[in-house]
Design a protein. Structure first.
Lengths: 322, 332
């Protein structure tokens, strides 16, 4: 087992963890504010489709990302109106949005391009291409650390670095700003926030909108960085894995990053059964590796790895007067 | 409720009427989707060619999930479509249930050869022969001596591709290493380009510089990743050379289009039995066009054509994985 084998796996780990991380942090804002969002998957899918289509037409990955955010925001708005304004069931609204996204993205892509619900392959500036960080080539020869910097940290796409920056930013917002304090409070005890004269609806709407922006970025990453175009159901359940990671991390940003990296690592491992076999000395079925994130989440929920307590007011629409 | 009954009655009446009025052929595409640029798209092209040549029309249906299979098949047969063509082994069991109920309808199924009904035509391809040829080309084009294979769903049929490919690789370079991966174990594995691309990158990390994708829509991701990473890929079923000119070494052709075309042309007179399409009757082969002309050397073509001639004459027998579920050149 040498580092030459482990570094490509770690590189893939980061590439795979990024969409999970963006979606997970997206879910964190929404759920911390007391709005459960099972529709992360759908919003990512819409984002991916918008990014793929707009990046193809304009040839710019950045415009694609903006379109992804816009598309995802529309879905976030629907979720917000349904579950905050009209006090609908948040889970059902989320599931409905997922179904809508699953069908609509294919329909629109088929209408626009007629390629079976796929967007045409993207090239050049229409994709976020890998960035070589400064000194990466110079440090390449330094054993372990330099090679790690060159092979794993450098050579990722800009959205990857953005995602990790967003984790730090989220920690700061959540624990060091007034907005963050209120956001956490509104998810625990909206009545107290209301009594203090702060708008519960306003806070929850802003949280849901932030969720929309981040899900859009996750979708854009899928369509214009990880892949070269949108494909039917291309998010492949990543929105649900992100939710699992959120629970695993007990709704905390830094831990969410670790959870997503862990889940990304499992996904990367599932692609290299030969490495797994050489380490554990027996053949591990690939479906088992694919299922590991879910198994871990079940263990967490069953209380084996400490207790995961969701925000207390989560899932309940706030009623001002009775 | 009564409205629903009326509606159902009207639908039935309409279906019967439609059946009496015409006997259009029908085609059902499997889960990869009609535009997978590969297997199903080849079938669609065959159907389209028939429609253009005869001026006829055909019914078509794309499967969306596993549960629809039997309903879809019955509905088309009830609607009077004749013959009904299915693409893919997954329809085998469904057809075994449905075929006896519609003795007057002719069915044609691709990639199946184990059924026995008087109204069923089965078309099976000798994919191992075509894969053998592209395997030889892969080994000759590889600089690292390591080549890759990415299958779609892990089923014996796809192992037949992989096994033929590995034999071809070994024939051209006995020291070569073949890295084998399957995308998954469910039909979703036919349409997961994200995973296909990451598998391709993983194989490159293991030294592979030519990768053969036999994975339906998943192959789109494999070919894309190969182009991104600057290595070669091999397409499957349809000619995929045009997708990334200069990066797709060749494509293993499986003339599903011809099979569908012939079935549609025969119409209601379709003869039952098993047709085997191999190198000898141009059922499989490799694709050459202007997009890959610069990648393929005359030596490769000479070697591959010599092997093809030997296979046709029976002098060289490529082992068929599905004959005994083992492969002499690779382990799955």
């Amino acid at each position: 087992m040498d580092v030459g084998v482990i570094f490509p796996i770690l590189n893939t780990t980061i590439a795979f963890a990024t969409p999970l991380l963006l979606a997970c942090i997206a879910g964190l804002y929404s759920e911390r504010s007391g709005v459960f969002d099972i529709g992360l998957e759908g919003k990512m899918l819409v984002g991916a489709m918008c990014a793929g289509a707009v990046a193809f037409y304009t040839g710019s990955a950045w415009l694609g990302a903006l379109a992804a955010i816009a598309g995802s925001l529309v879905f976030a708005l629907i979720h917000g109106v349904t579950s905050i304004t009209f006090r609908g069931n948040q889970l059902i609204a989320g599931v409905a949005l997922n179904f809508l996204a699953s069908g609509m993205t294919v329909l629109v892509a088929q209408y626009l391009f007629g390629q079976g619900g796929r967007t045409p392959p993207l090239e050049g500036a229409a994709r976020f291409n890998p960035i070589t960080l400064p000194f990466a080539d110079a440090l390449k020869e330094v054993p372990v650390i330099g090679a790690f910097y060159h092979d794993v940290i450098s050579g990722q796409r800009i959205l990857v670095y953005a995602a990790f920056a967003i984790v730090a930013l989220t920690w700061w917002v959540l624990y060091r700003t007034r907005f963050g304090l209120r956001l956490r409070a509104v998810g625990e005890n909206p009545a107290a926030v209301d009594t203090a004269g702060v708008s519960v609806k306003g806070l929850r709407f802003s949280a849901v909108m932030i969720t929309g922006v981040l899900c859009g970025l996750a979708g854009a990453y899928m369509a214009t960085a990880l892949q070269a175009g949108f494909g039917k159901e291309m998010t492949a359940g990543r929105g649900y894995i992100a939710l699992a990671a959120l629970i695993f991390a007990k709704w905390r940003p830094i831990q969410a990053m670790y959870a997503c990296l862990l889940f990304g690592f499992f996904q990367a491992l599932a692609l290299r059964p030969d490495v797994v076999e050489s380490v554990v000395q027996f053949k591990v079925p690939v479906p088992f590796l694919d299922a590991l994130p879910y198994i871990l989440t079940v263990l967490v929920l069953a209380g084996f790895v400490g207790k995961a307590i969701p925000p207390r007011a989560g899932g309940e629409p706030y009623v001002k007067e009775r | 409720m009564s409205f629903m009954k009326t509606l159902a009655g009207a639908t039935c009446a309409f279906a019967l009427f439609a059946g009496a009025a015409s006997a259009e052929p029908a085609i059902i595409f499997d889960l990869g989707g009609k535009f997978d640029k590969s297997f199903n798209e080849a079938a669609f092209n065959g159907a389209t060619r028939w429609a253009e040549e005869t001026g006829g029309t055909f019914k078509e249906l794309e499967m969306q999930d596993e549960a629809q299979r039997e309903q879809a098949l019955r509905r088309l047969a009830e609607a009077g479509a004749n013959p009904v063509v299915m693409t893919g082994f997954a329809f085998g069991d469904t057809l075994a249930k449905v075929a006896p109920d519609f003795p007057d309808t002719k069915f044609a199924i691709i990639d199946v050869d184990w059924l026995d009904f008087p109204n069923v035509t089965q078309i099976a391809f000798s994919e191992h022969e075509g894969s053998y040829l592209v395997g030889m080309m892969a080994a000759m084009a590889s600089k690292t001596g390591t080549v890759g294979f990415i299958g779609g769903m892990d089923i014996p049929l796809i192992r037949r591709f992989g096994c033929g490919y590995a034999q071809g690789v070994m024939a051209a370079n006995p020291d070569a290493v073949v890295v084998l991966n399957m995308t998954g174990t469910t039909p979703a594995a036919w349409n997961d380009p994200v995973k296909g691309a990451e598998l391709a990158k993983g194989q490159k990390a293991q030294g592979a510089d030519v990768i053969f994708a036999a994975a339906g829509g998943t192959g789109v991701g494999v070919l894309q990743a190969a182009a991104d990473e600057g290595i070669l890929s091999i397409g499957v079923d349809s000619n995929q050379n045009y997708m990334h000119p200069g990066s797709v070494l060749t494509s293993m052709l499986k003339r599903v289009d011809n099979a569908v075309y012939e079935a549609f042309k025969a119409g209601a007179d379709l003869q039952p039995g098993v047709t085997r399409m191999g190198l000898a009757n141009d059922g499989v082969g490799y694709a050459m066009d202007e997009n890959n002309a610069a990648l393929v050397t005359p030596e490769m073509i000479a070697a591959v054509d010599a092997a093809a001639a030997k296979i046709k004459s029976g002098e060289l027998v490529v082992h068929d994985y599905m004959s005994d579920d083992t492969c002499p050149a690779a382990t799955f």
